[in-house]
Design a protein around this ligand. Sequence first.
Ligand code: ADP
Length: 668
Amino acid sequence: MFRLALRRSRLEIGSPTASPVGPTRARLGIVAAVMVTLLLLGALAFVYWKTRPLNEQAVVEISSHLRVLKELEARWDTILLRATTDTERGYESAVNLVPTVGKTLRALQQSATRLQTATLREKLPDMIGAFQEKNAVTVSFLSEANFVSTNLPEVQQWFTEYLSALRTTRQVDATTQQSLLNLDRIATQAAADLSAFVIDGSVERANSINSALNGIGEAQPDYTTPRLTSARDSLVKLGREVVGRKQLAVELLKVVSDSTAGRELDQVIVGFEAELRAAATEQQFYRTVLIWYAAALLGLLAFAGWRLAQSYRLLNRANDALQDVNESLDRRVTERTQELSSALAELQLSETQLIQSEKMSSLGQMVAGVAHEINTPLAYVKNNLGMVDDRLGSLVDLVEHFDRLLRMLQSTDTPEDQLRDQFSRVDRDLEALRNRNTLGELALLVQDGLHGIDRIAEIVLNLKDFSRLDRLKVQVFDVNHGIESTLLLARHLLKNAEVRKVFGTLPPVVCAASQVNQVFLNLITNAAQAIEERGPGKGLITLTTKAVGHSVMIEVRDNGKGIPPDVLPRIFDPFFTTKETGKGTGLGLSISFKIIDQHKGKILVHSRVGEGTTFTVLLPASQPSAVADAPEDAASDGQSPADPVAAPVSAAQAGVDSPRTPTALPTS
Ligand code: ADP
């Protein structure tokens, strides 16, 4: 009851926090708070990331490379033109152009890898490709132009040589002279055209020079000299090659001029600048957003701090309240513990008293039985002694008559007739004794009396054997002998029962004999009472003992009224009885269970209503060493079973050989 009340009071105190809804809601709240915080931090990180400046160094480098390229691109054609015309300085700067452009392109490419913008990603590769192509064409152009500018003086020398050779052969006939003059005019014109062609690269001039050179080459003057022939051949060959290479150079220059590299560069520059502007605008926007966002977060933080402080205050208050509750709980627990302790002490006291009363009841029954047993021999001993007393009167008379006769015979002055009378009196007495067989009767009466006293002595011995009140300690015990003594003492209970003994050969058991005997007495008493309660007619109690493995089995079977299934689970409960007041205390089986349990044994029950009940006790057989260590009167070696009152027992340990739920005994 106290335990229940305590549990209830705990529940009442614990109820506000013990609710399962509280922790779930709190956990959800924490999860939501963590998610919101992560979200806010994520947004902050995003906005901050958006405000970061572009890679400034890369921007500067790319812008500078683009600028250099733009300058080179703007001057490119002019530089190439100068390379062809101003052969000295022009060519030098044109030759420098190609590696400068190549270096700038490589640097640009490298810087672009550090800055990822759409323009740089999409347009820059095409533009670099176009520039590389333009650079390659420029290299070819410069090679051609170089050839032209290198070989032009030689061609001009050959023109001079050819004209000089022509002019030194003028002294021939008029026709020849005319054709030589003609050739002179053509060569002079071609030389002039060549100078102009080198500068303007016009196609007409190229054609005219080529046709002039063809004319010079094909002309067959009537008169010729080896000098003229050699000058003519060299002039025509080198002249044609220079004109051809110049034409190629012109075309290559055209390709260079038509290159899309410049336009693509412009697109990249425009796109890149637009991107830089957009990035700057976006950066500015996100900076503003960041400022506002940070301000909002600060506000939120301040609010959260305020709420936290409030919660902290509430928590403190709740903590104080909890501490108060805890203290009061502690007080209540102490009070309840004290109450429980005193209740337990009371319970133990009352259990001791009850067990004592059960013992007294058993003792009462035993005393009644013993009194009954002693009464019969005592009665006939008393009767015999009365009869002996009665017979002793005539013997005393006889002895007195003999005594007088002896004194008469010893005196000399006794008259004859008196002596004769005395003799006949003694003779009469002797005759009467002989006739009544008084001596034989007396011997028989004494013998009977002694027999009666022997019987009483035997009962007293059994009583002593049974109770062994002087020895609660363990000892070597003969179970069969224990049952015999118990039966003798319970004889008066077994008037309506036939007792059948099926005793086996048993190993000895080391136990507290008086306690085990008490178990036998309880079981035999219950069996006898069950037979009586069944109704008229003689019942049968079968007592079987046998050795089973390392145990000794004692079976008490009766054909009494049996135990109903609803009662069976409760029979080992203390104070459970179905008997009328005064006849049963309800402690017999619970004490028996306790005793057997303390002997590390088992007690089992099997019963059927109307058929009877069988109680089976299993006691561990003693090991030979234990038997040797436990002489009959040996003192306890510390392993002796304690007083049954002292130790707690649970009926769950009891084997009830029928469907039942074991009921726990209240602990003592
Ligand atoms: P008590 O004999 O004082 O009632 P026990 O503990 O010895 O107490 O027995 C408890 C109950 O078990 C009895 O009241 C009786 O109902 C039942 N019982 C015990 N032994 C038998 C038996 N051999 N036959 C029928 N019922 C029995």
